[in-house]
Design a protein around this ligand. Structure first.
Ligand code: ADP
Ligand code: MG
Length: 255
C-alpha cells in the first residue's frame, strides 16, 4: 500500500495500525475481504462507502469488538490480544466514538469522562478529574460537567464522548459515522472538534461521508464496497477523479 504524505507536507510517521489480509465472515457473508490497510502515526484516514460495505465491521474488528478468521492486525507492531487485561489495555489504546453517543446515562458528564482512566488506567481520582475538565474544556462542554447526558444536546453529548475517549490517552481514535445521528445544526460543532484533533497530530480512522471534513482534515480516503477496499487516494483526487465505477456511482449519489 502506498504511503501518502500529509497535505501540509508533514512526513508521515511510522506505521501504527497495520491490517494485513484480514478476512472475516458473518455466516455466508464475506464481510471483510483481504483488507490491507496501514495507518501511520499522525495520519487521518477517512473511510467511505455505501451502507453495508463493512465500514463499521472494520472499525469493530480493529478494536476487537469483533473477531476475524485470517490475516493480522497490529497496533505499533503488537498483535491484538484475544481477551483479559491485555485486551482491556488495547481497547484503551484504541479510542472509539460511535454514531450513538453511548454515554452512561446515570452518570454525570464528568463521571463519564473519569470512569475509564480510574478503572482501566489506574488513575487517581483527583488527577482524573483535572484531566477530564481540561478535555471537556477542549471540546467546549466544561460548563456542563455536573449535568447528566440527557440534559445535553446530541452535539454536546458526542463531544463528551470524544473527550471520554481522549481521557484514556489512546494511540489512535476510530470514529464510526460520529455525526450521522445528529441534527444538521450540530454536525459542525462535532466536526470542528475532530478537525482540531486531526491537526493536533492524533492518528485517526474516520468513517464519514462529510466531504468537507475529509478535505480539511483527511490525509487519505479509503473507499470500501462489498467488504473490500476498492480504491484509495488523497481526498482531493478521490472526490474529483474517482477511478472505479463503484466509487463514481457512490459519489454520484452523495454529492
Ligand atoms: P457499514 O458500516 O458499511 O454500513 P456494516 O459493517 O455495518 O456496514 O455491515 C456490513 C455487512 O455485514 C452488512 O451486510 C450487515 O448486514 C452485516 N452485518 C453486520 N453486523 C452483523 C452481525 N453482527 N451479524 C451478521 N451480519 C452482520
Ligand atoms: Mg456502519
Amino acid at each position: 500500500m502506498t504511503q501518502t504524505p500529509a497535505p501540509d507536507g508533514r512526513a508521515p510517521g511510522k506505521p501504527l495500525v497495520v491490517l494485513d489480509k484480514v478476512n472475516k465472515h458473518f455466516g455466508d457473508l464475506h464481510v471483510l475481504q483481504d483488507i490491507d490497510l496501514t495507518v501511520h502515526e499522525g495520519e487521518v484516514v477517512v473511510v467511505i462507502g455505501p451502507s453495508g460495505s463493512g465500514k463499521s465491521t472494520l472499525c469493530r474488528t480493529i478494536n476487537r469488538l469483533e473477531g476475524f478468521e485470517s490475516g493480522s492486525i497490529t497496533i505499533d507492531g503488537q498483535e491484538l490480544p484475544q481477551e483479559g487485561k491485555a485486551l482491556a489495555t488495547l481497547r484503551a489504546d484504541v479510542g472509539m466514538v460511535f454514531q450513538s453517543f453511548n454515554l452512561f446515562s446515570h452518570k454525570t458528564i464528568l463521571e463519564n469522562v473519569t470512569l475509564g482512566p480510574v478503572k482501566v488506567r489506574g488513575a487517581k481520582a483527583p488527577a482524573a478529574r483535572k484531566r477530564a475538565m481540561e478535555l471537556l474544556e477542549r471540546v467546549g462542554v466544561a460548563h456542563q460537567a455536573e449535568k447528566y447526558p440527557a440534559q445535553l444536546s446530541g452535539g454536546q453529548q458526542q463531544r463528551v464522548a470524544i473527550a471520554r475517549s481522549l481521557a484514556m490517552e489512546p494511540r489512535v481514535m476510530l470514529f464510526d459515522e460520529p455525526t450521522s445521528a445528529l441534527d444538521p445544526e450540530m454536525i459542525n460543532e462535532v466536526l470542528d472538534v475532530m478537525t482540531q484533533l486531526a491537526h493536533s497530530g492524533m492518528t485517526m480512522i474516520v468513517v464519514t461521508h462529510e466531504m468537507g471534513f475529509a478535505r480539511k482534515a483527511g490525509d487519505r480516503v479509503v473507499f470500501m464496497a462489498d467488504g473490500a477496499i476498492v480504491e484509495e487516494n488523497t481526498p482531493e483526487e478521490f472526490f474529483t477523479h474517482a477511478q472505479s465505477a463503484r466509487a463514481k456511482d457512490f459519489l454520484g449519489k452523495i454529492l
